[in-house]
Write a protein that binds this ligand. Structure first.
Ligand code: FE
Ligand code: FE
Ligand code: ZN
Length: 277
């Protein structure tokens, strides 16, 4: 099964996201757990969740990906900022138990001059506080571009987080094609070599999801600016290889390209046409 979808607005609830997904030809989707500008998450409405789950079942949807606010920073130097990240993530995870079996992806954070080692320590502390053995959600670390003092732009850093966290063997990874190219991994030049490196350092068995994005910037730019499919430095041919790669093709692919729904529908149709049986 080809699981392909995009980022959707959560403003109208889960059933609305299911309808939007169907409208753009998607069978998976991603959403932000709350408004990036902060504030409380919307209440979970059981009837809305039930309507979504019936739709997902009927249409064979793959795993939904809840994305934590990118404004939180679990490895900030400011205790109150770290506490806020921890409380937010803990609350997200409690809510996601209403949708068992989902993915919860987060940006490891920015160490803001404390150093990668201290950043990793603080991320591990956060994960140790929020992950429990009875959780049905899989927490994913996203591969980052290395913008500013971001942690997680080297596969080794993700490995150290997994090794450090008490329940680290339950963590997965979401690989963002734009971010890893911006981080300096030459996906466009040698996809197989990048995947071999990922496998050696993290393990391909830990890879659970792909953010399928083109990049506005060249290899190693540490910028993190997503481009539409075929309008960036990665290009359509490379992204077609990604969705067909034997080691990746069974994973869910989520577009985070700068698009409205009609743009996503066009990209999903294009990618379906490029998918090999
Ligand atoms: Fe992200
Ligand atoms: Fe991403
Ligand atoms: Zn990004």
């Amino acid at each position: 099964m080809f699981y392909i979808g995009c980022h959707l607005s959560a403003a109208e609830g889960f059933a609305a996201m299911g309808r939007d997904a169907l409208a753009v030809g998607a069978n998976v989707f991603q959403f932000f757990t709350r408004n990036p500008r902060g504030g409380a998450a919307k209440d979970i409405v059981p009837a809305d969740v039930a309507a979504y789950r019936a739709m997902a079942e009927a249409h064979g949807f793959g795993t939904m990906l809840a994305h934590a606010s990118y404004t939180i920073n679990p490895c900030s130097a400011t205790p109150r900022t770290r506490e806020f990240a921890l409380e937010t993530m803990a609350d997200d995870l409690v809510r996601l138990e209403n949708l068992p079996g989902s993915y919860y992806n987060f940006h490891p954070g920015s160490h803001v001059g404390q150093g990668i080692g201290r950043g990793i320590e603080l991320i591990v502390e956060t994960l140790d506080a929020i992950m429990t053995t009875d959780q049905r959600t899989t927490v994913l670390l996203e591969t980052m571009s290395g913008k500013g003092s971001e942690v997680g732009s080297r596969f080794e850093e993700l490995r150290r987080i997994m090794d450090g966290a008490r329940l680290g063997d339950r963590l997965g990874v979401c690989l963002d094609t734009c971010h890893i190219s911006d981080a300096g991994y030459d996906v466009a030049g040698d996809l197989d070599d990048v995947l071999a490196t990922f496998d050696r350092v993290v393990g391909l068995d830990r890879l659970k999801a792909i953010h399928l994005n083109d990049s506005k910037n060249p290899l190693g730019a540490h910028k993190d600016r997503h481009a539409k499919i075929g309008e960036g430095t990665l290009g359509t041919a490379l992204l077609a290889r990604v969705i067909n790669h034997p080691q990746l093709r069974d994973l869910p692919f989520y577009l985070e390209t700068p698009n409205e729904l009609d743009g996503y529908a066009a990209e999903i149709a294009l990618l379906k046409s490029l998918r090999k049986q």
